[in-house]
Ligand binder design. Structure first.
Ligand code: GTQ
Length: 378
């Protein structure tokens, strides 16, 4: 650890640049005794020229993790563990258990017939289903059936529980929560449901059937909560929408064919703190590099390829998860000349935008592609 007064000696007018002297060191010591400090000892660190993410780019490969996730089934029960989850631990963010930035992620596994008790918390969550049949989630009494690549919300404050029907098969899904963010805001509450489970009070999948119809909204139905009433976004209509849109757009040079999941009432993000998108990279597509504020956690929904993040290449295939830290240069490449590839992305962009912190920049040089750092394939 560097001591505060050793941080950043930048010889730039207008920036802190004070050499230590015995008098100053004594002065710093005196201030410390009264829980105070001299700003110039920390100024360049707390006000960097541009964001300096503590997260490092990581790819979590499903072929590496899947067996370990399944092993947890023999080791702990959902009753004992609360949630049987292997979480994704970014080496730069293990102090706050984040996968990237202020986002948490984990791989949860459940066997047929298992149920994890109902709870609610201030953190919001999504699940992205990876494999298995018979998975379901209940959110505030609304039961949703879940298939591969479906994406379900459990917004902040909603009671939720997960299970797999006895007739199903072992299920694995990705959880994504804003736990680190809500903890950073010192606003996280947690409650276990008094009955440990909820009564289902509505027709199965009613929220998606009510609110998820293209171009139509249920007459006379009001919804004014801060999150989308469409709790589940299914893969088939998502893919169909991307394919249709791809048929009539050149897409973005930086993102290919990208669509945001939205709250059908506001057309804004699905939740206040986290947003989600699905992007299609057409066969052979290589997007140009850009960077923006906001952390992204990508889940490969379909296909294979690689991304170049801050000059290093990260190869990925179906169900791998990788992260792009805030303000990191990134470009994506579909490795197939025949098939499209689809990337689901969970992000904190709604926070960035709502707070006026969103900023983006195109990589200007080299036709918009990052030069690869030597030997940097991960
Ligand atoms: O299912 O609400 O992976 O509270 C971590 C914390 C899942 C959940 C996780 C959680 C949940």
């Amino acid at each position: 650890m560097t001591k505060p007064h050793e941080n950043h000696r930048e010889n730039v007018a207008g920036r802190a640049n004070v050499e230590d002297t015995p008098e100053l060191l004594a002065y710093y010591g005196d201030l410390e005794r009264f829980s105070a400090g001299a700003l110039w000892t920390v100024a360049n660190k707390i006000e960097p020229w541009e964001p300096k993410s503590q997260s490092v780019p990581v790819v979590w490969r499903y072929k590496d993790l899947r067996d370990h996730v399944l092993r947890s089934v023999e080791l702990v029960t959902p009753e004992k563990a609360g949630r049987r989850v292997v979480y994704l631990n970014n080496p730069g963010r293990s102090d706050v258990a984040a996968a990237v930035g202020w986002l948490y992620a984990g791989l949860q596994v459940m066997n047929p017939g298992e149920v994890a008790s109902a709870h609610r918390h201030s953190a919001s969550a999504i699940r992205f289903i990876m494999e298995g049949t018979g998975a379901y989630t209940v959110v505030d009494g609304h039961k949703m059936t879940l298939g591969a690549n479906d994406f379900v919300l459990t917004p902040n404050g909603t009671w939720h529980e997960h299970g797999v029907e006895a007739s199903g098969s072992p299920c694995i899904w990705q959880d994504g929560l804003d736990i680190p963010f809500v903890n950073a805001m010192e606003a996280n509450f947690y409650e276990v449901h008094p009955d440990l489970s909820q009564a289902v009070g509505f027709a199965v999948d009613d929220m998606t059937k009510t609110w998820g119809n293209p171009g139509l909204t249920p007459a006379g139905q009001a919804w004014n909560k801060g999150y989308s009433p469409m709790f589940k976004y299914e893969w088939a209509p998502t893919y169909e929408s991307l394919a249709k849109y791809a048929g009539c757009t050149d897409g973005s040079p930086y993102d290919g064919v990208l669509m945001d999941y939205v709250n059908p009432v506001t057309h804004g993000p699905v939740m206040q703190t986290m947003g989600a998108s699905m992007q299609m990279l057409r066969p052979g597509e290589h997007t140009k590099a850009h960077r923006h504020t906001g952390s992204g956690l990508y889940h490969v929904a379909k296909g294979s390829g690689h991304s170049i993040i801050n000059g290093k290449r990260y190869d990925w295939q179906e169900h791998d998860i990788f992260c792009v830290p805030s303000w990191a240069w990134h470009e994506h490449v579909n490795g197939s000349e025949r098939d499209d590839a689809c990337l689901f992305c969970l992000s904190d962009l709604p926070v960035m935008r709502a707070l006026g912190l969103y900023r983006e920049q195109a990589f200007g040089d080299n036709d918009g592609f990052q030069p690869l750092l030597q030997g940097k394939t991960i």
